[in-house]
Structure formats: C-alpha cells, structure tokens
Design a protein around this ligand. Structure first.
Ligand code: NAD
Length: 305
C-alpha cells in the first residue's frame, strides 16, 4: 500500500519503520527534518507537507504529540483533509482527548473519509518490536479494513466502539495506572517506615488482594525488582510528564462528561507537583520520592512510631 505517515518521533519513527519492513511504500512528513531523513535513509519518500503526503496515499496514519497538533495536521490549509482523495481511510494514533477525536472524525466523514482513533499502549519498546496494543474507535467496516495494517505494528488490535472510544479506553486505563502507582508508592513507603523489608512486603501484596501491575510488574520501590525504572534511578520508562498529560486528558474529559474522578484529579495534582519539582523527565514511578517523608531504612521502624 501507499501509506502516508505523519509524525515520526519516538513512537511514529519505529512504527513507520515496521511498515517499511512489511513492504509498504511510505510518504513521510514531520516538522523535524532529522526525523524525516532517518526514514528516507530506510527507503521512505519525503513529502513537503501533511497535505502532500496524504495526496499520494491509500491510507494516512498520524502519530502526533497532542490535540492541537492533530487538529492542525488534519484541518489546516496544508493539512491531510486538504490533500487526501475521497474514501481514503485516516488513522490517528496520537493520545488526545475523545472530543477532538470525534470532531476531527466528523470533519473527515463530511469530506468522504472514514476516520479511526487508534491510540496505543506498549511504549517505545512496543513500537520498536511491533507489539503495541491498538485501542480502536471506528465504525465496524473501517475497523476490519485497517486491522491488517495495524497488525503490522502491533499485537493486540482491539475494537472499542465508535470514533472517540479508542481515546476513551486509553485515558481510562492510564488514569487508573496513575492512581494505582501512587497507591503502591505510598503503601511501600508506609511498609518500609513500619519496619518491613520492602521485598517481603511486595511479595505479600503480589499474592494478596492489593496486587496490581504497579506492584507486581513495575514496583516503584528501589531494590524490589530488577529491570524496572526504580532499579535504574528512574531513567527510561514512561515519563512523569507523559503521565501528567494523560491525567490532564482524563480529568478534562471527566469535566465535560460531568463525571466525578476524585482520585484521578488528586493523582493529576500530585504528578503536577512532582513535575514542577523537576522530575518531568523521570519515569512516573519516581513519584514515590515525592511521597517520602524521610529516608526510610528498610528494617528500621521510624523513631516517631
Ligand atoms: P514525540 O514528540 O517523540 O513525536 C511526535 C512527532 O510529531 C515529533 O517528531 C514532532 O516533530 C512531530 N510533529 C509535531 N507537530 C507536527 C506537525 N504539525 N506536523 C508534522 N509532524 C509534527 O512523541 P511520541 O513519544 O512519539 O508520542 C506520540 C503520541 O503517542 C503522543 O500523543 C503520546 O502521548 C503517545 N504515546 C506515547 C508513548 C511513549 O511512550 N512515548 C506511549 C503511548 C502513547
């Protein structure tokens, strides 16, 4: 297929590489020339704008930072809708708010182009290895049409419902993740303050009712697990500022839906505080350090207790 791929950053770059490997012809566009050059060196063709990339394509994929970028790349004068042929399917894999996703899909449909929101989870590692999960909001016929293409970049391709529901699934999951990480972090800090070895505590939690992904796969307490950001000074992983962005999307969507999200809003504020203290680039599990009142020494009950 002739694929237009727009937004070639940490996620879009490796996703586009996987489509090249699968034998597709790619017309690529990004505002950062270096990102375009990397793909051109691998066989893609550079386009001068999103409009030009879309004009020669059988399908358009975008992977952009946030909602305003998606609006301008689709609806702007040099945007996708200004150039794409009628009937060509459009796929936006950026994480954005469900309302923008629906607005842009409505504008695309009015012009004769079916559109899917297809945000991903799995991070840059999943993008590299082609094992992303795609959460797809699209009409059923469009979902069936784009599923084989998405399967060349991901392992789990899930139909969530009509346009906007892919974004809803993504921000709901990440809101729970943001909350559960804070829950595990304060629990581990409390246990250490009360004198239990954090490894023993994690073992109990992970075979008990407190178990969750943040405790058994991504434990934030240093020394409990190998191969997680907590074991490497919170480098790599999923940045605090990206979690902050997703919680902002979740709390905004909740406000518009008039749905209370008390813990989501509190989690948003705590990551905001942590980011303001200079930890935006650290993995989000580093929020455990915001919640530490003192340097807990495992095995030594705090003297105030
Ligand atoms: P990124 O900032 O590395 O990449 C975005 C790319 O879009 C950049 O190359 C940028 O130059 C380009 N861009 C910006 N404006 C543009 C425009 N007007 N026209 C063309 N290109 C433009 O971000 P990323 O980490 O690749 O994330 C992309 C999306 O995926 C975000 O919405 C993010 O929330 C989501 N996401 C990221 C991760 C992750 O671990 N990085 C995981 C899941 C989802």
């Amino acid at each position: 297929m002739n694929v237009a791929f727009i937004g070639l950053g940490n996620m879009g770059g490796p996703m586009a590489r996987n489509l090249l490997k699968a034998g597709h012809s790619l017309a690529v566009f990004d505002v950062v020339q270096r990102n375009v050059d990397t793909l051109v060196a691998l066989g893609a063709t550079a386009a001068v704008s999103a409009k030009a990339a879309a004009a020669r394509s059988d399908v358009v994929i975008t992977m952009l930072p946030s909602s305003p970028h998606v609006r301008s790349v689709y609806l702007g004068d040099e945007g996708v809708l200004a150039g794409v042929l009628r009937g060509v399917p459009l796929i936006d894999s950026s994480t954005i708010d469900p309302h923008t996703a629906r607005d842009v899909a409505t504008a695309a449909r009015a012009r004769g182009n079916p559109m899917a929101d297809a945000p991903v989870s799995g991070g840059t590692g999943g993008a590299e290895s082609g094992t992303l999960t795609f959460m797809v909001g699209a009409e059923a016929t469009l979902f069936e049409r784009i599923r084989p293409l998405l399967a060349q970049m991901g392992r789990n391709i899930v139909h969530c419902g009509t346009p906007g529901t892919g974004q809803a699934a993504k921000i709901c999951n990440n809101m729970l993740l943001g909350i559960s990480m804070i829950g595990v972090a304060e629990t581990m800090n409390l246990g250490a303050s009360l004198g239990i070895d954090p490894k023993v505590l994690a073992g109990i939690i992970n075979t008990s009712s407190g178990r969750c992904w943040s405790s058994d796969t991504y434990n934030p307490y240093p020394g409990v697990m190998d191969g997680v950001p907590a074991a490497q000074g919170y480098r790599g992983g999923f940045a605090t500022e990206l979690m902050l962005k997703d919680l902002g999307l979740a709390t905004d969507a909740a406000r518009q839906a008039k749905q209370p999200v008390a813990l989501g809003a509190l989690a948003h504020q705590l990551y905001q505080l942590w980011s303001a203290q200079g930890a935006g680039a650290q993995d989000f599990s580093s929020v455990i350090n915001l919640l530490k009142q003192h340097e807990a020494t495992p095995g030594t009950p705090h003297d105030r207790l």
